[in-house]
Ligand binder design. Structure first.
Ligand SMILES: Nc1ncnc2c1ncn2[C@@H]1O[C@H](COP(=O)(O)OP(=O)(O)O)[C@@H](O)[C@H]1O
Ligand SMILES: [Mg+2]
Length: 233
């Protein structure tokens, strides 16, 4: 771990407009994620965990406050620069996988390089790297199927392969095992934590799983849109 956080939320607020009224979900969250650490974000359903993760993942803008990535205020960048930063620095794993249904497993796993276009370099190299990732995750026989032809556990492994393709320094995972049975979920968790340790990426994991929390370096509790530090383990 280094001293400066790789990802930081500074007084992040988020409000949604519903009809004539505004509902504030996040009330000034300050959160630091350090290089190479695993941080578990816990909290009851509706606490705002997904909302916060989408803001940290540069998928949804905060109403107020800042998100810094390696000191760069990401939401103040022009949209195209923010998209490039997201593509290179962040990998996102969702509860419901969010694979593109019309693409094969391999095509889904190579998608970040396709989005980066010519800047990413030769597409055949990226296909090779995506294939290697899928093979490492035990999917060597499952490159050609569409997501609808894969089990939940297989889909999530493809999603993790996609998230790691560009070797991002940060992985954000929003209840990645929430839709899987315990045994399959444990394997997916093993994969994520293994990836975090092996490559020393910073992992921010939203989960209700006490087992996962016990294995993380640190646990933060989100309670009614504000963070409260919880003891690890
Ligand atoms: N786009 C939206 N519009 C209005 N309300 C939303 C929107 N997204 C989330 N919310 C509300 O924000 C609250 C927090 O949601 P969420 O971040 O998904 O919580 P968690 O992931 O902790 O379960 C919930 O009450 C939810 O209904
Ligand atoms: Mg959620």
């Amino acid at each position: 771990m280094s001293d400066a956080p790789i990802l930081k939320a500074h007084g992040v607020r988020k409000a949604f407009s519903i009809g004539d009224s505004t509902l504030e979900i996040l009330h000034g969250v300050n959160l630091e994620l350090f290089r190479g650490e695993s941080l578990c974000l816990m909290g009851s359903s509706g606490a705002g965990k997904s909302t916060l993760l989408h803001i940290l993942g540069l998928l949804d803008a905060p109403t107020e406050g800042r998100v810094t990535l390696d000191g760069i205020s990401a939401w103040e960048l022009p949209q195209a620069e923010r998209a490039a930063l997201r593509n290179h620095s962040l990998g996102f794993v969702f509860q419901f996988y969010h694979l593109l249904p019309e693409l094969t497993a391999l095509e889904n796993a190579v998608l970040p390089a396709m989005l980066a276009g010519h800047r990413a370099g030769r597409s055949s190299d990226w296909r090779g790297r995506a294939r290697e990732n899928l093979v490492t995750f035990g999917l060597d026989k499952r490159l050609a199927p569409l997501p609808s032809q894969l089990s939940g556990g297989e889909q999530q492994r493809v999603a993790i392969a996609r998230a790691r393709l560009m070797h991002p320094d940060i992985l954000l995972a929003d209840e990645p095992t929430g839709n899987l049975d315990t045994a399959t979920g444990d394997k997916v968790l093993e994969l994520l934590l293994g990836e975090q340790r092996r490559r020393e990426v910073a992992l921010l994991l939203v989960t209700h799983d006490d087992n996962a929390a016990a294995r993380a370096d640190r646990v933060v509790l989100l309670k009614a849109g504000k963070q409260a530090d919880a003891p690890a383990g």
